[in-house]
Design a protein around this ligand. Structure first.
Ligand code: HEM
Length: 395
């Protein structure tokens, strides 16, 4: 196997190749990047669960470079659990019900202004004009960011999100996107550092920054880790949620019958979102490092030190788990998929992402029942976060 996973054509529709690799065995060596790829559902989930054999240590360098400190995502030790425990209760599904009104208000304002412009005859890209703002404003409010800073906060977040695409674009524009992203990350880190200092001077608030700063375990964390953890929340949740909304618009536009069924029966919304996420997985690849002489998958040894790519997008179309996996079917019986990861690093914000998308989709079905795509959908390069580059909409 010799495949550039960032190749433009490959990224437009990687699924035929992913399906072929699944038939080759539990582990497929990719000469192109000297890496071992894991493909089927069961093997992907087992690999993600086996942190003593396949570690997340490589992410450490990435987070230190981006945010100046280590975050839970790069740690496989009990330190990970301690850090995660600070916020995990807040992100529980039931606890997030307290945030439903906040989410609804933000969704309503973004959807309403988008629909108003569509009604005046404009063709609009849904990502910069609607979906991107929603998770950014929600997390800004949860972090307790002052309202006067929300616009700036969104601008930083958008610039950071843009780096996902810029990373694979060698053109001058691609390099400029990366530079803007790096500057925005630095500015956000500096701002978060100030917010942390001011929270310490005040009484404990209900926001996520206070929750970390006043937690007992914060004494065990370096200042850079506290800053990085907060900045990472912005990075981890915004572009992902915005792109899952964008993907949902595309999926429903391409499947009008299922869209009508959903509009008629809103109880299908939660499973429809999971099915869309399974069918067009956003985070297609999770990087790991074989860290033991025992690192193996279904008896196939992966050499210690080797780079591993867990292809969760391929796992999500495994015919051993889903009948006709290449079909979108919102009526499917729900089964856990890998779109939010698996095991100890499973997405901390998955219930928040689900809540935001459910509230948003309900409003889309009410307020934009007849939208259409105004152009072909093109996917960006890379499988780290695969989603439409733009979703031009007309009504
Ligand atoms: C549709 C939206 C989202 C998708 C597709 C997504 C996807 C993922 C995936 C695949 C992982 C596992 C990473 C790994 O194993 O290396 C992850 C972890 C994580 N996500 Fe999300 N995410 C989303 C939204 C969010 C939101 C809204 C937040 C918070 C506000 C968030 C915060 C995190 C954090 C902190 C981790 C690290 C958890 C740990 O290491 O224990 N994510 N996410």
């Amino acid at each position: 196997m010799n495949q550039d996973l960032t190749d433009w054509d490959f990224c437009q529709n990687p699924y035929p190749e992913l399906a072929r690799w699944r038939t080759l065995g539990p582990v497929v060596y990719n000469e192109f990047a000297d890496e071992y790829m894991i493909t089927g559902y069961r093997n992907c989930s087992r690999t993600l669960a086996a942190v003593k054999k396949f570690s997340s240590q490589d992410l450490e360098e990435l987070f230190v470079k981006a945010f100046g400190g280590v975050t839970m995502e790069a740690l496989d030790s009990t330190r990970h659990h301690e850090m995660r425990a600070i916020w995990s209760e807040f992100f529980q599904r039931d606890a997030l019900e307290n945030q439903r009104d906040l989410v609804s208000d933000i969704v309503t304002s973004q959807v309403d202004q988008f629909v108003e412009r569509l009604r005046s005859g404009e063709s609009l890209d849904a990502i910069p004009n609607m979906t991107r703002a929603i998770p950014t404003l929600v997390i800004a409010r949860m972090l307790g960011i002052d309202e006067s800073m929300h616009q700036q906060f969104s601008a930083w977040s958008d610039a950071m999100g843009g780096t996902q695409e810029g990373a694979y674009d060698p053109s001058p524009e691609g390099r400029a996107v990366l530079r803007r992203g790096a500057a925005a990350t630095a500015a956000l880190n500096a701002y978060i550092a100030d917010v942390i200092k001011s929270r310490r001077m005040a009484a404990r608030g209900e926001d996520l920054v206070s929750m970390m700063v006043f937690h007992d375990f914060a004494k065990e964390m370096a200042e850079q880790e506290i800053i990085a953890s907060n900045t990472q929340l912005v990075f981890a949740g915004n572009e992902t949620t915005a792109k899952l909304m964008a993907t949902t618009l595309v999926a429903l536009a391409q499947h009008p019958e299922q869209r009508r069924a959903l509009a008629a029966d809103r109880s299908l919304i939660p499973r429809a979102i999971e099915e869309i996420h399974r069918w067009q997985t956003l985070v297609q690849v999770l990087p790991r490092r074989a860290c033991s002489d025992e690192s193996e998958v279904e008896g196939v040894r992966v050499p210690r030190g080797a780079q591993v790519k867990v292809l969760i997008g391929a796992g999500n179309r495994d015919p051993e788990r889903w009948e006709q996996p290449d079909e979108l079917d919102i009526h499917r019986e729900p089964r856990q998929h890998l779109g939010f990861g698996f095991g100890m690093h499973v997405c901390l914000g998955l219930n928040l992402a689900r809540l935001e998308i459910q509230v948003w989709l309900n409003q889309i079905l009410d307020k934009m029942p007849d939208f259409e795509l105004a152009d072909e959908i093109v996917y960006g390069r890379g499988l780290g976060l695969r989603g439409p580059k733009a979703v031009p909409i007309v009504m």
